[in-house]
Design a protein around this ligand. Sequence first.
Ligand SMILES: Nc1ncnc2c1ncn2[C@@H]1O[C@H](COP(=O)(O)OP(=O)(O)OP(=O)(O)O)[C@@H](O)[C@H]1O
Length: 262
Amino acid sequence: MTSTQTQALGLDVSRLRVTYDGFVAVADTSFRVAPGESFGIVGESGSGKSTVLRAICGLAPKESGTMQLVGGDENHAPGSKAFRRRVQMVFQDPYGSLHPRQTVDRLLAEPLAIHGIRDAETRIERALDEVGLGTGFRFRYPHQLSGGQRQRIAIARALILEPQVLLLDEPTSALDASVQAEVLNLLEDLRRRRNLTFIMVSHDLAVVTHLCERLMVMQRGRTVELLASSDLAARRVAEPYTLSLMQASSGFRRKEPAAPPP
Ligand SMILES: Nc1ncnc2c1ncn2[C@@H]1O[C@H](COP(=O)(O)OP(=O)(O)OP(=O)(O)O)[C@@H](O)[C@H]1O
């Protein structure tokens, strides 16, 4: 384990149910993500994928079910400050998730202040380096950044508290294809270096199977199937719904990881 790595944590979600004023967004879903694993959630629009991530980090109202970090010595209750520090989320739209009137410096300093962490200076510089931007970006505003740079800032903001679990909600779908690949490679690199656990939602099966080892297929708020990405790529699927999802995702082919630079 290097100095930037901490003990990996996994997440056990059991019989999760989320409703909005009686409307059932997530009916019943269960899955276990091992420490250090990269896990994807796929399904048609409205199947409840984002709601699962939101419920994990306390942004959607859980009606019933349990969520528990696994692999650590302590048990942190969902919703507690300690849980929130270990589980961070990156949203789809970096422009919407970053306050437009705050500089990068302030955006990165805020979570540190909330959690009472003192060495902000060092952490901000390190976070900017880690996402490949450097300190030259520190006093820019979100509108002075490209889409890819904004998403790198959103990733830096999520990582600055040194979480063990990263929830990624369509992290690249608002980006151009070439920038998308760069951000996916960055995420993959950060996961390896930091021993992170990923739970990623995407409508793009190629992206999920590129980044994730295992995945869950959702339909109408329920788990349809849990399978390995390699099984999906080889079309070894048990459920007709999964097959139809693959057919709908035209031209789906598992992307091989980009070759490292020479
Ligand atoms: N805040 C909310 N209030 C009421 N209903 C909501 C709310 N958020 C989500 N929903 C509903 O819950 C259902 C699941 O939404 P969710 O965003 O989780 O789906 P999704 O699978 O992530 O879809 P997409 O791929 O289109 O983002 C949808 O029918 C949606 O309209």
